[in-house]
Design a protein around this ligand. Structure first.
Ligand SMILES: Nc1ncnc2c1ncn2[C@@H]1O[C@H](COP(=O)(O)OP(=O)(O)O)[C@@H](O)[C@H]1O
Ligand SMILES: C=C(OP(=O)(O)O)C(=O)O
Length: 587
């Protein structure tokens, strides 16, 4: 067990790395650090520019994203035709060169504000790597329509957007006042919290969504709405109804989440609910038939629910669908390491987490989860309220930009938009802010050589496949020391690609695979550009073919150096299994 008492103010975050900072170091800021947009880009660009660069012709003119002004090492356009690289990465590579490729992946929640073909296309061009569908909202028909549109865009415009289904989960504790807008709560007012279901709204009454919502709750307990939007004390309990007096005024938003606290600690309530509800199982069957790429499982408290779902998937489909665990409860923090081990990746679901642990602990908990995920070689997505103000406003707050930068500085694999894209008026702008902010922080981290602060002594001893792990660690050291332009890796299941990514190398990792599920799964791996290609049993021929193809398209050129990691499995022609590192200079 890694984290012991998250609710207590002095939660044990003993595994949290303390990055050594030399306080006497004199920092010389370079003039170029200031004032210039990331990667010499101006803030807004004409989407037509990128479209024409990547050969997409079907779109109407409108503004989205960021302009990539030409870098001296930009690549010339080559022959038309597919080399298994998606159109957006190919366009970015031509525009900005190897180091200009963004490493941090971007996830967008799809909702009513961005569900037309044109909206989705804009998000794809703006850098969306994964489209998330939250099954808390909308009908299955609506979700299916979105999935079909995304698949059509992938096929017709050579995008590579993965689809994620996020389950509703059965442990959501929600109260509602029955009116569509927010309701003010005055200090001293007494409210009834009831499980009685009725239509419309009643004064000073809130409906809880679950009958047993007040089980184990006592007079004197504190009731906190949405992590602090309003606070109450329980003054009377009648049956399952609670009469609560407001101690800290605030607001009830529709569908507010709540938690109970006693003596400064969260009251753990063991509802007899399983992580996956009947509706969740039906949504999972829906996701299987719609051939989605990931399931994000809500309210995972133990590794068992992840294992259970994985087992179910293995009996229902031959297509590997990756299972991500959402960390959003206190219980999940107690079992964090087991959950990370069992899952294919993690989402730090800060929205619900902020209802269960004090808000001031979220930043350190996020850093700890990110660190543990990297140790255990699992991708991690940082989610919720990254640019919340952009649901309403066209620019983010400075604090939001700082929050995004912090997640990138921590080397999270991916960042996620929720309401900003699903219901906000400025979804594409929010995506471009993520794109620009992460690119800027990545280039700063690279210049500052920050990846050398990663805890290397722990990398290399923590995974079962230690040979592959060591090969990848050494490969990344070599790649950084030699200053190669790109890393190439050939991978069936994405394992070697993830081991390389885990070391957060300076050059981008081009991961060649012949498996489409692997390609889509690699969309959440930091710094990995997946390519879908035919691979033969002959590793050397795969390497030379892909280099030739990239060269013929003008994507690599003479004098570029590429570090190649290959993992050869035994075949009749190559009976030995071996892994190799080669450095090739393009001639
Ligand atoms: N498919 C959808 N249909 C309607 N509204 C949606 C949909 N997906 C997301 N939303 C809206 O976007 C907001 C933010 O999304 P998200 O963070 O995923 O959900 P939640 O607020 O339930 O945690 C939701 O509160 C909801 O209003
Ligand atoms: C991502 C989250 O989950 P959901 O949107 O389902 O509440 C969260 O709580 O932060």
């Amino acid at each position: 067990m890694i984290l012991k008492s998250m609710a207590a103010p002095a939660a044990d975050l003993s595994l949290l790395r303390h990055v050594a900072v030399d306080r006497n170091r004199i920092v010389h800021f370079k003039a170029r650090d200031f004032g210039s947009p990331a990667l010499n880009r101006s803030f807004w660009f004409n989407r037509e520019t990128l479209k024409s660069k990547i050969g997409i012709k079907s779109l109407a003119p409108y503004q989205v994203g960021l302009e990539a002004s030409k870098k001296s090492n930009a690549y010339p356009c080559g022959l038309e035709g597919s080399i298994g690289l998606d159109a957006v990465s190919e366009g970015e590579l031509r525009e900005k060169g190897f180091l200009g490729l963004r490493k941090t992946k971007l996830v967008c929640t799809i909702g009513p504000a961005c569900c037309t073909m044109e909206d989705l296309e804009r998000l794809a061009l703006g850098g969306m790597n994964v489209a998330r569908l939250n099954m808390c909202h909308g009908t299955r028909e609506w979700h299916l329509d979105v999935i079909r549109k995304i698949k059509k865009l992938n096929e017709e415009n050579n995008f590579s957007i993965s689809v994620m289904i996020d389950t509703e989960g059965s442990q959501i504790h929600v109260v509602d006042h029955g009116s569509p807008s927010s309701v003010k709560v005055e200090e001293g007012s007494v409210w009834l919290f009831t499980a009685e279901q009725y239509n419309g709204s009643r004064p000073f009454t809130l409906k809880a969504n679950y009958e047993g919502f007040s089980e184990g709750i006592e007079v004197g307990d504190e009731l906190v709405i949405d992590g602090g939007m309003a606070c109450f004390v329980v003054v009377e309990k009648t049956g399952s109804d609670l009469h609560c007096k407001c101690t800290d005024s605030g607001l009830f938003l529709p569908g507010a989440k709540f938690s109970f606290w006693r003596d400064g600690k969260l009251v753990k309530r063991n509802y007899e609910l399983s992580t996956l509800s009947t509706k969740d199982w039906a949504d999972i069957d829906f996701g299987i038939s719609a051939e989605v790429d990931y399931f994000a499982l809500s309210f995972v408290n133990h590794a068992d629910s992840i294992k259970h779902l994985m087992k179910y998937l293995s009996t229902k489909t031959t297509k590997p669908i990756r299972v991500l665990a959402k960390i959003e409860s206190l219980e999940s923090l107690y079992n964090l390491e087991d959950i990370v081990q069992a899952s294919d990746g993690i989402m730090v679901a800060r929205g619900d987490l902020g209802v269960e642990i004090p808000l001031e602990q979220i930043p350190t908990v996020q850093e700890t989860i990110t660190y543990i995920c990297r140790q255990l070689n699992k991708p991690v997505i940082v989610a919720s309220q990254l640019l919340e103000s952009m649901v309403e406003y066209p620019t983010p707050t400075r604090a939001e930009v700082a929050d995004v930068s912090e997640a990138v500085r921590q080397y999270a694999d991916a960042l996620m938009l929720s309401g900003e894209s699903a219901i906000g008026s400025y979804g594409q702008k929010a995506l471009s802010v993520l794109d620009m902010t992460s690119s800027r922080m990545e280039s700063w981290s690279r210049e500052e050589n920050r990846q050398s602060h990663l805890n290397h002594h722990k990398l290399g001893v923590s995974l079962p496949d230690r040979v592959a792990e060591q090969i990848c660690n050494c490969a990344v050291d070599m790649a950084n020391n030699l200053g190669v332009d790109a890393i190439f890796v050939y991978t069936k299941h994405g394992h070697m690609a993830s081991l390389l990514s885990r070391n957060r190398p300076n050059p981008p990792i081009f991961a060649f695979t012949d498996n489409n599920s692997t390609r889509m799964a690699m969309n959440v791996l930091w710094g990995v550009i997946p390519l879908l290609v035919d691979l033969s049993d002959d590793a050397e021929s795969n390497i030379s073919k892909s280099i030739e193809l990239m060269k013929s398209k003008g994507l690599i050129r003479q004098e570029d150096t590429v570090l190649v990691v290959s993992d050869v499995t035994p075949t009749p022609t190559t009976p030995l299994s071996f892994q190799s590192i080669q450095v090739k200079t393009i001639v």
